[in-house]
Design a protein around this ligand. Structure first.
Ligand SMILES: NC(=O)c1ccc[n+]([C@@H]2O[C@H](COP(=O)([O-])OP(=O)(O)OC[C@H]3O[C@@H](n4cnc5c(N)ncnc54)[C@H](O)[C@@H]3O)[C@@H](O)[C@H]2O)c1
Length: 351
């Protein structure tokens, strides 16, 4: 018997909850938001997209009862009786929030605006409108991350001294047309998840160093590869290394998070990033120094980043609305600090 059998991910039991109203009917809503809500039994009241045909298609595919003509109509009909779920490009978020009711509950897709200035603007808007808002930094709630957090909380790894996120894959950026011409790409739209995860696990770093680079064959895109170091002092190394341009087959593609402590290590692969969009299976491996024999073992994964992690970010808003928690873990007040680090990373890269 594996002594760590209790380390496992379960879909949270959400019970009776108000519905979600979705703004944006793009790839991420189809591929992750709606499948996650279906798994967790979270009802969807309706959907809106400036491209009505996309909203209608998703409504048909997921049995969503209502397609709204405008955000104003959605806001008038639902008031504060739903959670607004925004999944539009970062730069469009402030204008959407302006149209939502005061005192409502909102989950917005990352990034929280296109830069730090917009993130601060979103934060101020939410404060002025007394909106309880969270950011969809869902990697925090991915099954393997929750399992790793459980092992860390039980002291199984000892003191964390090395955290590494390594990605060497081919990402078909052309799937996201809005990234063409965007002034920032890789850190703002991808490595932001890892910066946020590290903050979520280790707290605020003393600093951040970064170099983000382009690719000769992808001149239309800004940064597509990054090296990021987060400074946690002399005893903890945090390294994020991403290359999304490895267009040489699956053989040497890799994507993992390695969390190393004084008493043990976890290495979990991010299968969704490899062979994108089909993905490959995830794995969760660990080794503990005090086990005899001390050898690498695996734990089963009862879910993945897509879509299971998306349950966690919405669950935070549901718990906040139900008064179970006073503030979502992924609140804009917290997540603005991820945006501040992203800004510092771009400044460091330029310098
Ligand atoms: N892991 C993740 O958290 C993750 C993964 C992918 C995308 N995203 C984020 O989700 C957002 C959307 O990504 P996507 O992949 O769905 O892109 P997409 O291009 O497939 O879809 C975006 C949709 O938003 C709609 N839209 C744009 N402005 C709007 C507005 N003002 N009101 C209503 N609808 C509007 C567009 O018509 C489009 O249908 C992006 O910000 C992206 O960063 C997050």
């Amino acid at each position: 018997m594996n002594r760590l059998e209790h380390i496992r991910f379960e879909i949270p039991v959400i019970g009776k909850t108000c519905p979600v109203a979705i703004i944006g009917a793009g790839g991420i809503v189809e591929g992750a938001h709606l499948p996650a809500y279906r798994l967790a039994g979270i009802p969807v009241a309706g959907i809106f997209d400036i491209d009505m045909s996309k909203a209608r298609n998703l409504a048909a595919a997921f049995a969503i009862p209502f397609v709204y003509d405008s955000i104003r109509q959605m806001a008038t009909e639902n008031g504060c009786s739903c959670i607004y779920d925004i999944a539009v490009p970062g730069r469009a978020i402030p204008e959407v929030i302006r149209q939502l009711p005061d005192h409502s509950f909102v989950l917005m897709q990352k990034p929280m605006g296109e830069n730090e200035q917009q993130a601060e603007q979103i934060l101020q808007l939410c404060r002025q409108k007394h909106i309880t808002a969270g950011v969809n930094f869902q990697l925090r709630y991915a099954p393997y991350v929750l399992m790793a957090k459980q092992m860390i909380a039980e002291g199984l790894l000892g003191d964390i001294c090395d955290l590494e996120i390594y990605v060497n894959v081919y990402t078909p950026w052309h799937l996201w047309r809005f990234l063409y011409g965007a002034p920032r790409v890789e850190i703002l739209y991808h490595s932001i998840h890892y910066i946020d995860l590290v903050r979520n696990m280790l707290g605020e770093p003393a600093g951040i160093f970064a170099k983000t680079t382009r690719h000769p064959k992808m001149q239309q895109l800004r940064d597509v590869k990054s090296n990021i170091i987060m400074d946690y002092g002399d005893l903890v190394r945090v390294n994020i290394s991403t290359n999304h341009t490895h267009d040489f087959g699956l053989h040497n593609q890799d994507a993992f998070i390695k969390i190393e402590g004084t008493k043990g290590v976890i290495k979990t692969t991010l299968g969704v990033l490899m062979n994108y969009p089909d993905g490959v299976e995830d794995s969760f491996e660990y080794i503990l120094a005090d086990e005899h024999p001390s050898e690498w073992k695996t734990l089963p994964l009862n879910g993945s980043w897509f879509p299971h992690a998306f349950i966690g970010s919405m669950h935070e808003l549901i718990k906040a609305r139900q008064g179970i928690i006073s503030c979502p873990d992924n609140s804009v007040e917290d997540c603005v600090n991820t945006m501040r680090l992203v800004e510092k990373a771009y400044k460091a890269s330029k310098a």
